[in-house]
Every structure is written in structure tokens, then in C-alpha cells.
Design a protein around this ligand. Structure first.
Ligand code: ZN
Length: 207
């Protein structure tokens, strides 16, 4: 692939090589945008930009060509019936309304029902789901739903905190504002004390 080599300044080209992203089409579109905003796509500084942006999108949207469920197939059977929580899983995603990044942290917890997942797998699921055009609310719900469907846990808690570029650099311009979304499945819905336990585990020592 021209311009896509190991050590490339734009980083991981794995997504590009999966062969399902129409890079030339993105390049044409980026040229169009540049022309439409009044730029000259042929001036020197912009010559490589369409190709660079095309590779970037292939990387940022690599989750479209991956099934997050594959990370939930390998669990081990363990009699552990306390909460498992991975907090501070950092992610970056793209707001599908503005094509601008939103980034933050996901906290994912579940109460196993015999099926316990390798610890890195929850982070992998967050990674795949976030590397798609997204809205934070749906992303939160999707992660919870995947866990419910594949692990059949007693409860699932997903909390996502993120700052949205579309709120900080344009529109209402509120830098520092954090959007928090949560999806709770299972007894959390009715049992406030277990819900509280999750919140304490996530936030307890930093308030
Ligand atoms: Zn947006």
C-alpha cells in the first residue's frame, strides 16, 4: 500500500490492510471538502492530506470490521460470585453526528453467573465498540447488551464518561464538561445497595 509502511507517522495500518475500506473514495471526498471550504487541495501542504485522512479513518473506524463478540467467547467456569469491575478503560470514539472525536473512560462491571472472563477482554470489547461512528448512549448500551447476551451474568454495570469535541470546540463550547452515561442490567435496576456498591468501587477513593 503506497504511503503505508511500518513506522508510518500515522501509526497502525492494520485496519487499512484488512482491505475493506475504500481509501481512494475517502481521498476523493476529502479533496471535495477542502475545495468546498475554499482551500486549494493542490497546494503543497495539502497534497498528502486526503491519503493521510483516509488511512486515519480506516484506523478510527476499524471496529466496523470486527465483531466484539469474539472477545467474549473464551471465558472460564469459576465459582466466583462477587463483582468483577474494570474501571478506567480509556477509549476514543467518533461522534456520528459531527464526525468529531469524543474520548474518555469506561467502567465495566458484572456479577458472574459461573462464566468469568479474562480481564483484558472487557477492554477489548470497549475498544471494538468505540472504533465506530458512535453516540455515547448507544455505545454504553451496546457494551452492556453484549455482556448480557454472551456471559449471562447476574448483573452488568457499564458507566461511560467522556468529553465531546463537538461540545468543546464548536456549538455551545463548554470545555471541561463531561457526559456520563450508564447502563445497568439485572438486579441493579431494583436493588439500590448493589448499585451503590458499584459506584463506590468506581468512585469511592476519589471523591
Ligand atoms: Zn457530536
Amino acid at each position: 500500500m503506497p504511503g503505508c509502511s511500518p513506522g508510518d507517522e500515522d501509526g497502525d495500518c492494520a485496519a487499512v490492510h484488512s482491505g475493506q475500506v475504500d481509501l481512494p473514495r475517502i481521498e476523493r471526498a476529502v479533496r471535495e471538502i477542502l475545495a468546498a471550504v475554499g482551500e486549494d487541495p493542490d497546494r503543497e501542504g495539502l497534497l498528502e492530506t486526503p491519503a493521510r485522512v483516509a488511512r486515519m479513518y480506516a484506523e478510527l473506524f476499524s471496529g466496523l470490521r470486527e465483531d466484539p463478540r469474539k472477545h467474549l467467547q473464551k471465558f472460564f467456569v469459576e465459582k466466583y460470585d462477587e463483582l468483577v469491575l474494570i474501571r478506567d478503560i480509556s477509549f476514543n470514539s467518533m461522534c456520528e453526528h459531527h464526525m468529531l472525536p469524543f474520548m474518555g473512560k469506561a467502567h465495566v462491571g458484572y456479577l458472574p453467573n459461573g462464566r468469568v472472563l479474562g480481564l483484558s477482554k472487557l477492554a477489548r470489547v470497549v475498544e471494538v465498540v468505540s472504533k465506530r461512528p458512535q453516540v455515547q448512549e448507544r455505545m454504553t448500551e451496546e457494551i452492556a447488551k453484549l455482556l448480557v447476551e454472551e456471559l449471562d451474568p447476574k448483573v452488568v454495570a457499564v458507566i461511560v464518561e467522556a468529553t465531546h469535541s463537538c461540545m468543546t470546540i464548536r456549538g455551545i463550547r463548554k470545555p471541561g464538561s463531561v457526559c456520563v452515561t450508564s447502563a445497568m442490567k439485572g438486579v441493579f435496576r431494583s436493588n439500590m445497595s448493589s448499585r451503590q456498591e458499584v459506584m463506590t468501587l468506581i468512585y469511592g477513593d476519589r471523591r
